[in-house]
Ligand binder design. Structure first.
Ligand SMILES: NC(=O)c1ccc[n+]([C@@H]2O[C@H](COP(=O)([O-])OP(=O)(O)OC[C@H]3O[C@@H](n4cnc5c(N)ncnc54)[C@H](O)[C@@H]3O)[C@@H](O)[C@H]2O)c1
Length: 356
C-alpha cells in the first residue's frame, strides 16, 4: 500500500466530493479540486477547509476543457485522481441522454487523456449500483451481470469499460471503480451535506426539505412490491463512510494492476417506509408522504453484498440508518436554505423557476 501525497478530486465541491476532501485533508493529503459548480457551491469548499483546518486548492473548470485541465496538472505534482464529477439523476438522463454521455463519458475521456499526458496513472472512479439494473437478487455481488437500464447507468457502465481498456493498453495504469449504493447523511458537524441545485432528485434531501416545509410531501413510488411493507428496499450508506472508502481506495491503488471493482454499501436493506420512520424519529415530526405508482425500471430491492471490500481491505461502514438521518437533519437545521440561498421557506415552483 502506497500513500499518494497530492490527490486531484474532480467534483470535489459536490455532496460526496466535499466529504472526501475533508477525509483526505484530515489524513494529511494535499488536495486539489476541479469543479464547474454546475451542481454545487464553492461555499462548500470554504466549509471543508474550516472543518479540516487546512487549505486546499480549487479550480473552477469543466472537465471537458482539456486546456484548463492541462494547466491544473501542470501546476501540481498529482499522484492520484478521485473522479466524482458527473451528472447523476436517472430520470433526467432519460430526458437529456446526450448531455449525460457528453459530460460523464466525455469528461472521463478528457481526464484520462490529461492524466496520460502528465504521467499520472492512478484513478478511483465513482460508479453506481445502477449498473446492476433491476436485478432482484437478494444481495448484489460484484460478479452480478451488469444490465444498466438508463442513460445515466449506461454512462457509468461505459466509463468502467473505458477504464478497463485503458488499463489493458497501458500497464502502468491502475484503477478502482467503487459502485456505491445509496449515499445519504452529512458530516456529523452539520457543516457540509447534500445541497443540490433545484428540487432534489434523491430521497434524503427531499425528505429534509419536506420536514422544513419547503416541499409538501414525499412521494413513495410503489407500495405493492413483494416486500414486508410493500415498498422498495435499498442499501443506504453514510456519506462519511463513502468518503472513508475513497481514501482507502486511493491508498490501495498500487496493490494490483488493472481495473478492480468494489461495492460500497452496508449489506443491510431498509424499505422506503423504514427510512421515513427513521427520519421522522430523527427530526421529531411525522413526515408527510403519499403512496404512488411504481416507477418504471425501479428494482424491488438493491442491497450490496459488501463482503469483498471487507475481505480484501478489511473495510466496514461505521454508521447506521439512525446516524444517517440524524446527520442529514443536522445539516438541514444548521443550513436551512442550503449553502448559498437566503434563509426562509420558499415555495416549490419559485425554486424550480429560479434554479432549473
Ligand atoms: N449520490 C448518489 O446517490 C450516488 C450514487 C452512486 C454514484 N454516485 C456518483 O458519485 C459521484 C458524485 O455524486 P454526488 O452525489 O456527490 O453528486 P454532486 O452532483 O453533488 O457532485 C458532482 C460534482 O461534480 C461537478 N460537476 C458536474 N459536471 C462537471 C463537469 N463537467 N466538470 C467539472 N465538474 C463537474 C458538480 O458541480 C458537482 O460539484 C457522481 O459521479 C455520481 O454519479 C452518486
Amino acid at each position: 500500500m502506497t500513500k499518494p501525497t497530492t490527490v486531484l478530486i474532480t467534483g470535489g465541491a459536490g455532496f460526496i466530493g466535499s466529504h472526501t476532501c475533508v477525509e483526505l485533508l484530515g489524513h494529511g493529503y494535499e488536495v486539489v479540486v476541479v469543479d464547474d459548480y454546475s451542481n454545487s457551491s464553492p461555499r462548500a469548499l470554504d466549509e471543508v477547509q474550516k472543518l479540516a483546518g487546512r487549505p486546499l486548492t480549487a479550480y473552477q473548470a469543466d472537465l471537458r476543457d482539456r486546456g484548463a485541465l492541462d494547466a491544473v496538472f501542470a501546476a501540481h505534482p498529482i499522484d492520484a485522481v478521485i473522479h466524482f464529477a458527473a451528472k447523476k439523476a436517472v430520470g433526467e438522463s432519460m430526458r437529456i441522454p446526450l448531455d449525460y454521455f457528453d459530460i460523464n463519458i466525455g469528461g472521463t475521456t478528457s481526464l484520462l487523456r490529461t492524466m496520460r499526458a502528465h504521467g499520472v496513472h492512478k484513478l478511483v472512479f465513482s460508479s453506481s449500483c445502477t449498473v446492476y439494473g433491476s436485478s432482484d437478487a437478494t444481495l448484489l455481488g460484484e460478479d452480478e451481470p451488469t444490465a444498466p437500464t438508463s442513460p445515466y447507468a449506461r454512462s457509468k457502465w461505459v466509463c468502467e469499460q473505458l477504464l478497463a481498456d485503458t488499463c489493458d493498453r497501458y500497464s502502468e495504469f491502475s484503477a478502482v471503480s467503487l459502485r456505491y449504493f445509496n449515499p445519504v447523511g452529512a458530516h456529523p458537524s452539520g457543516r457540509i451535506g447534500e445541497d443540490p441545485r433545484g428540487v432534489p432528485n434523491n430521497v434524503m434531501p427531499y425528505m429534509t426539505q419536506v420536514a422544513v416545509g419547503r416541499l409538501e410531501r414525499l412521494s413513495v413510488f410503489g407500495s405493492d412490491y413483494p416486500t414486508p411493507d410493500g415498498t422498495a428496499i435499498r442499501d443506504y450508506i453514510h456519506v462519511v463512510d463513502v468518503a472513508d472508502g475513497h481514501r482507502l481506495a486511493a491508498e490501495r491503488l498500487d496493490d494490483a494492476p488493472g481495473l478492480r471493482v468494489f461495492n460500497l454499501g452496508t449489506g443491510v436493506g431498509a424499505s422506503v417506509l423504514e427510512l421515513v420512520e427513521a427520519f421522522s424519529q430523527a427530526c421529531g415530526k411525522t413526515l408527510p408522504y403519499e403512496l404512488t405508482d411504481r416507477r418504471p425500471g425501479d428494482a424491488i430491492r438493491a442491497v450490496a453484498d459488501a463482503s469483498k471490500v471487507a475481505r480484501e481491505w478489511g473495510w466496514q461502514p461505521k454508521y447506521d440508518l439512525a446516524a444517517m438521518c440524524r446527520d442529514a437533519w443536522r445539516f438541514q437545521t444548521l443550513n436551512p436554505a442550503g449553502y448559498d440561498r437566503a434563509a426562509g421557506p420558499t415555495n416549490d415552483s419559485a425554486r424550480t423557476a429560479q434554479e432549473v
